[in-house]
Design a protein around this ligand. Structure first.
Ligand code: S3P
Length: 166
C-alpha cells in the first residue's frame, strides 16, 4: 500500500488541478486528478458520464476511483469537488494529509467561466456555484488538516504555501 503526500479538496474553481500539478512538480512526485482517472477508465468525459449514465453512476465510479488512488498513488491527488460528500470517502480521508483550497464566490465564478465541461453548473453558473459553496464548505473544512486561501492569489503562491506546510 502507498499513501499520497497530500490530497487537495475544494469546490470547482478552487484551482485543485493547477495547484496540485505545481505542488507535485516542486516536491518531485507524480500528480493525479480523480476526474482524469475516471475519464481514462471509462474512455469518455465526466460530462458524458453525467449525461449518458447519470450522476449516481458517476458518484459510484468516483468513490471506487478515489479509494483506489488513495491506496495506490504516492504523489499528490486532487479530488473532484463532490467526491468528499461520500461517507466512505470521508472515512478514508481521515488518514491523509488533506488540504482544502478555499475560494470565495467571485473568484470561483471567474475561474469556472461559463462552466463548460462541468455538468453541475448548467443553468445559472453564479447561483449554482454559490449553492455548492454554501453546502460544501463546512464539509471541506471538517476534513482538512490544512486550509489554504486561494482568492486573489496566483497558483504558484498557493502551491508554495502548501509545499511549506506539508
Ligand atoms: C463536481 C466537480 C468536478 C467533477 C464533476 C462534479 C462536483 O470536478 O468531478 O463535474 O460535484 O463538484 P472539479 O471540482 O475538479 O471541477
Amino acid at each position: 500500500m502507498r499513501a499520497p503526500v497530500c490530497v487537495l479538496i475544494g469546490t470547482m474553481g478552487a484551482g485543485k488541478t493547477t495547484v496540485g500539478r505545481l505542488v507535485a512538480e516542486a516536491i518531485g512526485v507524480g500528480f493525479v486528478d480523480s476526474d482524469q482517472l475516471i475519464e481514462d477508465k471509462v474512455g469518455k468525459s465526466v460530462q458524458d458520464v453525467f449525461v449518458e449514465d447519470g450522476e449516481q453512476a458517476f458518484r459510484a465510479l468516483e468513490r471506487e476511483t478515489v479509494a483506489w488512488a488513495l491506496d495506490n498513488h504516492d504523489g499528490v491527488i486532487s479530488l473532484g469537488g463532490g467526491a468528499v460528500l461520500d461517507p466512505s470517502t470521508q472515512a478514508l480521508l481521515a488518514a491523509h494529509q488533506v488540504v482544502f483550497l478555499r475560494v470565495g464566490l467571485s473568484d470561483a465564478v471567474k475561474r469556472v467561466g461559463l462552466g463548460s465541461g462541468r455538468p453541475l453548473l448548467l443553468g445559472n453558473v453564479r447561483a449554482r456555484v454559490k449553492q455548492l459553496l454554501d453546502e460544501r464548505t463546512p464539509v471541506y473544512q471538517g476534513l482538512a488538516r490544512i486550509t489554504v486561501e486561494t482568492d486573489d492569489r496566483p497558483p504558484a503562491d498557493v502551491a508554495a504555501e502548501i509545499v511549506a506546510a506539508i
